[in-house]
Ligand binder design. Structure first.
Ligand code: GDP
Length: 394
């Protein structure tokens, strides 16, 4: 059996158990390393070869390339990761890296419960870091921080352990100041910290990463990192403390699963009757409930036509269902339902249950932002775009 097929089977097993699902986005200021990090995660999950990760050339594994001749473009992807002796399904949604696509970033945030914010260690928090944080927090999406390009502090800026730690501390303080300012009225504290394990740092280019829990486990110190980076032992560093493991462990441990996230998020994005059965089904991620699907993106497939991707808050979407689409009078018939494995969709005849990101064809009237449901219902709040001046890539 091909590796890809095994991953699909593994994902299928996990998608029925919301406790083991994490729906996440990676968001960053342009050039801070979102693409390179995504490649690392895909390689860590065995979806692309280790050698190609970090070169922004997300190719499929050799085995599958021969089998199917496909290329993964790291758009939306489901992968599995073992943490705490349990396998987890990680649904990763890509967000555009450019400020002028801000609207899409907000839409992606509606589908996820955790946002991995990537910040370049040299540049620190930039305007778009602030924007993506604002978008995440407004949607009730929990942030965690990855400080990237730490290799540059060592090799270009020649910083020692003390300077490096001070700089990383400054980046964390700046990010926390932004988070604090955006969550003043909330009753939870979503600031990030090294001690809690909600901050990791490393080099997406050289594929190593560390966090407090990982350093405790591997015994690798800042001094070791500096020695190995400067002595051209990056491959050893990667093998000793692979970035994908460190980041995916952080995701599994600190991002909420749908059962934890939906009771908090539903009241924030839906103004329907909180005492209704539908509200209860959404809060409880009830896969036997009515279908409630929020479309966050429409893409074109040359064979299947328009694909509506989004978050399924309740029920199970299956082929052949007739569903209401908000803002239109007629029902649409579901042609196929699947999950994304990289740029490729994998149809699942059994359907996709609540708590997951689903890719659906046949919803002809749906647009990004549509509420799709098996019963007539109050649609979700519209997704507000946060606009800001366009900053061009230098
Ligand atoms: P994105 O715009 O956020 O997706 O950023 P990319 O992943 O495309 O990276 C932007 C540039 O930074 C590319 O030239 C990468 O090779 C480089 N880059 C990414 N991660 C690192 C890193 O950890 N260290 C160094 N030195 N360069 C990196």
């Amino acid at each position: 059996m091909g590796r890809r097929k095994k991953i699909v089977q593994e994902c299928e097993k996990l998608m029925d158990n919301p406790e083991h699902i994490r729906n996440i986005a990676i968001a960053a200021h342009v050039d801070h390393g979102k693409t390179t990090l995504s490649d690392n995660l895909l390689a860590g999950a065995g979806m692309i070869s280790d050698e190609t990760a970090g070169q922004q050339l997300a190719m499929d594994t050799k085995e599958d390339e021969q089998e199917r001749g496909i290329t993964i473009d790291a758009a939306n992807v489901s992968m599995t990761h073992e943490w705490n002796d349990k396998n987890h399904l990680i649904n990763l949604i890509d967000t555009p890296g450019h400020v002028d696509f801000g609207g899409d970033v907000t839409r992606a945030m509606r589908a996820v419960d955790g946002a991995l914010v990537v910040v370049d260690a040299v540049e620190g928090a930039m305007p778009q870091t602030e924007t993506v944080l604002r978008q995440a927090l407004r949607e009730g999406v929990k942030p965690a921080l990855f400080i990237n390009k730490v290799d540059r502090l060592i090799n270009e800026l020649q910083e020692g352990p003390q300077e490096m730690q001070e700089r990383l501390f400054d980046v964390i303080s700046d990010v926390n100041e932004l988070i604090r300012g955006m969550t003043e009225e909330k009753d939870y504290d979503w600031t990030v910290s090294v001690e809690d394990g909600t901050v990791a740092f490393g080099s997406a280019l050289y594929k190593w990463g560390v966090s407090m829990p990982s350093m405790q486990e591997t015994g690798i110190s800042f001094g070791d990192i500096i020695d190995m980076e400067s002595n051209d032992q990056r491959q050893e560093l990667h093998e000793a403390t692979p970035l994908s493991d460190v980041v995916l462990d952080m995701v599994a441990e600190h991002f909420p699963n749908p059962l934890e996230a939906q009771p908090r998020r539903i009241p924030a994005v839906w103004r329907g009757d909180a005492d209704s059965d539908l509200a209860k089904q959404m809060r409880e991620v009830d896969d036997d409930g009515d279908v409630v699907f929020m479309v966050t993106d429409i893409s074109m497939d040359p064979h299947a036509g328009e694909i509506a991707t989004g978050r399924l808050f309740s029920g199970t979407i299956k082929k052949g269902q007739e569903l209401y689409v908000s803002g239109t009078a007629k029902k649409n018939r579901v042609q196929s339902v699947g999950i994304f494995m990289g740029g490729e969709r994998e149809d699942l005849d059994r359907g996709v249950p609540a708590g997951n990101i689903a890719a659906v064809t046949g919803l002809r009237d749906a647009i990004a932002g549509s509420t799709v449901s098996s019963v007539e219902m109050t649609p979700f709040e519209s997704i507000e775009h946060i606009s800001e001046p366009v900053i061009t890539k230098s």
